[in-house]
Ligand binder design. Structure first.
Ligand code: SF4
Length: 681
C-alpha cells in the first residue's frame, strides 16, 4: 500500500474474462477508485494494461447503474420498474419462491445461469456452486458458450498439460496468430511479437478481418470463417510433399498420423485456397514458411472455434507443430493450455461430491430453447443469473428474451450493475466487484498466480458472491460446515496449499504485490522437454479416443453450411468491452457499426454511414454501415456485446446467431450466422 496526498495506492488484479489477468495498481481517494494503472507485480503484464479498464472500471464501480440495494420487480419483465427491499425480504422471497418450485417440480427445476463475468476463483464459482450442488439443482455446462471448444480440442490432442509460456514468443522466428486479435484480446503478446520481429522473425495472421495486428503482419490470410481446418490440413499435406515432416518425432510422439494425413492429403494448396477464399500464392507462402522456419510458435484465439467446424479447425492447427517437429527449442510449439499450469483444486472448492447422483446437466447454449420449448421435464421454473448478461450474450437472443419473459419463471439476478438481463429478474441482489472482496487468480493465458485483497469497502449494501450464497445457504437450512467457510478458507480450497511452488505459504497468505511463477521444478514449462502429453496414450492424439467418446469426433472433419442468406456475419470482441462487461458505461454508448466489403455494399446500392437492417430468420438488427475492405467479400462483421441501449428494437448481433452446436463440446456457433443486409427504412 502506498499513500500520497491522501490518496492510497493498492495492489490488485484484473478479474475480467481476458487471458492476460494483469496486475493492477488502484488509486483510492476517500473510498472511491480514482485511478487504475498496470503494476509490475506480474512480470508478464509488466505495468501495461488495456485502455478500457482505467476508462470504464471507476464508472462501473461507482456509476449510476451500480446496484447498491436488493430490489424487487414491480413492473413487467424487462420494463425496468423495481422497488428497494431489505436483504431479509430478498432472502425470504427467494427461499419461499424457490422452495415452492422444488416442492412442485423437484430441485432440477432450479438452475444457476452463470458464466465468466469475474475470473477470480472465488467469485467465478465457489460458495455458489456448493449451494446449487447441495440443492440438487440442474447442473449447467458453461464451457460450450466460449472457450470450451478450444479447451476440449487441447485436452483431446495433448491432455491436461500446459503448452509453452507466451513469453517464449520473443525467441520465435515465425509466429502464427490464428484467430487471435492479440492487440485487443491478448494484449501482452503484441510487444513480444514486435521484439521477435525486430530480431528478424516473421508474423502470419490468420483472421477473416484485417485487424491491427493483421495489418502489421508479413502475411495475412483472411480466410472464410469455418474453413480453418482446410487451411491447416493443406499445410500438413504440404509438409509431407516437401519432405518436411519430422518422422522421428511422429514415430515417437504422435498417434493417428496415417488417419489424419489421409484426410489432409486431398487438400492441395490450390484446392484449399479456393475453399478458404485465399490466394494460392499466400497459402503456398504460409506452408513454405511453416516448413522451413524454426523456432515457430502458434497462438490460437477463440475466433476459429465459433462455428460448426470449430473443434476440427483447432485440432488440425494443434497437429501442425507435432508433424513439423516444432517442439523443443525455446520459441517453438504452441501457446495454449495455460490454465493447466496452476494447482487448482475445484473438487475442494465447488464440492461436486454434494451433487445428488443422476442430476441432469444442461448445455448453456440450449438454455433459451429449454425455457421456451415446453419439452424439458421437469421444466426450468427458477433461475439464478449471475456473472452473466445472458440476454445480450446468448445466441438466438430473441428466444432467450422470450424465455426470460415467462411470468411463471422465478428469476433471481445477482449483479454489480443493472444490466439488460437484470431487467427480467424478479429479485435483484447487489454484488460486490472484486475490488470489494478477497480473491485469488489463476489465468488462461499466462503462468502467474496472483492474490488480491479488497481495496474499497462494499458499495451500499452490496455483498460478495460468496457472502450472498453463504446467507442463502443459511436461509435454506444448509448446515454443513462448508457453507460457513470464510473467503480465506475458500482461497485455501481453491489452490493446493501443498504445491511445492507455494513454498509452504498458504494460498490465502500469498503476497499481493508479487505474482508467483507457475514453473516446473523451477524452470519454464516446455512441452516435450519438461512436460509431456497427458493423453491416454501419452502421445499427441491426432485420432482422439477422448473426443470420440465424448462427441463421436475421432478425427477432425469439414462440414459446409448452406443457407439462402448470402453473407456470413461474424461478431468479434470489442476493445471497449469484455464481451458485454462495461456495456452500460459511457464509453460504450455508441452503436457498433456493421463492416461490409465495398463490392457487397455496391451490389446493394448502400453508402457508408447509412443505417442498414441486417436480418435472417432469427431476427433483425439495425446498424450504421461502415464500408471497408477490412472484411473480405461475403463477410460482414459487427462487434459483440453491445447492450440494448444501442438498439431501437431490443436486438443486437446475438439475435442473428443460431443456437446450433459445433463439432465438439456442443459449442456455440456464432460465426455460422448467415444474413442479408439492406437499407433500413
Ligand atoms: S482486460 Fe485484459 S488487458 Fe485489460 S487490464 Fe484486464 S487483463 Fe489486462
Amino acid at each position: 500500500m502506498n499513500v500520497e496526498h491522501g490518496k492510497v495506492e493498492h495492489a490488485s488484479v484484473c478479474p475480467l474474462d481476458c487471458p492476460d489477468t494483469c496486475s493492477l495498481t488502484v488509486t483510492v481517494d476517500e473510498g472511491r477508485i480514482v485511478g487504475i494503472r498496470g503494476s509490475r507485480a506480474n512480470p508478464y503484464t509488466d505495468g501495461v494494461i488495456c485502455a478500457k479498464v482505467p476508462k470504464a472500471y471507476p464508472e462501473f464501480v461507482h456509476g449510476e447503474r451500480r446496484l447498491r440495494t436488493p430490489l424487487k420487480r414491480v413492473g413487467a419483465k424487462g420494463e425496468s420498474r423495481f422497488e428497494r427491499i431489505s436483504w431479509d425480504e430478498a432472502l425470504d422471497t427467494i427461499y419461499a419462491r424457490t422452495s415452492a418450485v422444488i416442492a412442485e417440480h423437484g430441485p432440477e427445476a432450479v438452475m444457476p445461469l452463470n458464466y465468466g463475468g469475474p475470473h477470480g476463483l472465488l467469485a467465478a464459482g465457489s460458495m455458489d456452486l456448493r449451494f446449487f450442488h447441495r440443492m440438487g439443482a440442474s447442473l449447467l455446462d458453461r464451457k460450450p458458450l466460449c472457450g470450451g471448444i478450444r479447451t476440449e480440442a487441447w485436452i483431446g490432442t495433448y491432455g491436461t498439460v500446459t503448452g509453452i509460456k507466451p513469453e517464449q514468443i520473443e525467441a520465435s522466428k515465425l509466429i502464427v496468430a490464428w484467430g487471435n486479435n492479440v492487440t485487443w484480446s491478448n494484449l501482452h503478446i503484441t510487444p513480444l511479437i514486435n521484439k521477435a520481429r525486430r530480431a528478424g522473425g516473421k508474423l502470419v495472421v490468420v483472421d477473416p478481418r484485417r485487424t491491427k495486428i493483421a495489418e502489421q503482419a508479413d502475411l495475412h490470410l483472411a480466410l472464410r470463417p469455418g474453413t480453418d481446418v482446410v487451411l491447416a490440413w493443406a499445410v500438413a499435406a504440404d509438409l509431407e510433399r516437401r519432405g518436411a515432416l519430422d518422422r522421428a518425432f511422429i514415430q515417437r510422439w504422435v498417434s493417428g498420423f496415417e488417419e489424419f494425413m489421409a484426410l489432409a492429403r486431398p487438400w492441395t494448396i490450390e484446392r484449399a485456397a479456393e475453399t478458404c477464399g485465399l490466394a494460392v500464392a499466400d497459402v503456398a507462402r504460409f506452408a513454405e514458411w511453416y516448413a522451413t522456419i524454426s523456432p515457430a510458435s502458434i497462438t490460437v484465439g477463440n475466433g476459429l472455434e465459433r462455428n460448426r467446424n470449430g473443434g476440427s479447425g483447432i485440432r488440425a492447427v494443434f497437429a501442425l507443430p507435432a508433424l513439423a517437429g516444432k517442439f523443443g527449442p525455446v520459441g517453438g510449439g504452441l501457446i495454449n493450455g495455460a490454465s493447466f499450469a496452476f494447482p487448482k483444486t475445484p473438487q475442494k472448492l465447488a464440492r461436486p461430491d454434494l451433487v445428488p447422483p443422476g442430476t441432469r446437466m444442461l448445455n448453456i447454449v440450449d438454455v433459451g430453447t429449454h425455457l421456451t420449448s415446453g419439452t424439458l421435464k421437469p421444466p426450468l421454473k427458477a433461475l439464478f443469473i449471475y456473472n452473466h448478461n445472458a440476454v445480450v450474450v446468448h445466441p438466438d437472443q430473441n428466444r432467450m428474451r422470450r424465455g426470460l419473459s415467462r411470468e411463471d419463471l422465478f428469476t433471481v439476478g445477482i449483479e454489480v450493475a443493472m444490466t439488460d438481463t437484470m431487467l427480467y429478474c424478479d429479485v435483484v441482489l447487489p454484488a460486490c466487484t472484486h475490488f470489494e472482496h478477497h480473491d485469488i487468480f489463476a489465468a488462461y493465458g499466462q503462468h502467474w498466480l496472483q492474490r488480491a485483497e479488497p481495496v474499497i469497502p462494499p458499495q451500499g449494501e452490496a455483498l460478495s458472491n460468496m457472502e450472498i450464497f453463504r446467507r442463502l445457504a443459511a436461509r435454506f437450512g444448509y448446515t454443513e460446515p462448508c457453507f460457513t467457510a470464510t473467503d480465506h478458507e475458500l482461497i485455501d480450497d481453491a489452490i493446493d496449499p501443498g504445491d511445492v511452488r507455494l513454498g509452504g505459504v498458504r494460498p490465502s497468505q500469498l503476497p499481493t504485490n508479487k505474482a508467483l511463477a507457475m514453473t516446473v521444478e523451477g524452470k519454464d514449462a516446455v512441452l516435450f522437454t519438461n512436460v509431456f502429453p497427458k493423453t491416454e496414450s501419452g502421445k499427441v492424439e491426432l485420432v482422439s479416443p477422448y473426443l470420440d467418446k465424448k462427441y463421436g469426433a475421432r478425427l477432425p472433419s469439414y462440414r459446409t453450411l448452406s443457407s439462402t442468406y448470402p453473407l456470413t456475419l461474424i461478431s468479434p470482441a470489442s476493445d471497449q468491452r469484455i464481451t458485454s462487461t462495461f456495456g452500460g458505461t459511457t464509453s460504450n454508448a455508441g452503436i457498433p457499426p456493421l463492416e461490409m466489403h465495398p463490392d457487397d455494399a455496391r451490389a446493394r446500392n448502400l453508402q457508408n454511414g447509412q443505417s442498414v437492417r441486417v436480418w435472417n430468420e432469427l431476427g433483425e438488427v439495425r446498424l450504421p454501415l461502415r464500408i471497408t475492405d477490412d472484411v473480405p467479400r461475403g463477410v460482414v462483421s459487427s462487434l459483440k456485446g453491445a447492450w440494448f441501449t444501442t438498439t431501437n428494437n431490443l436486438q443486437t448481433v446475438s439475435a442473428l446467431a443460431p443456437a446450433t452446436h459445433a463439432d465438439i463440446c456442443e459449442g456455440a456457433c456464432y460465426n455460422d450466422a448467415r444474413v442479408d443486409v439492406a437499407l433500413a427504412t
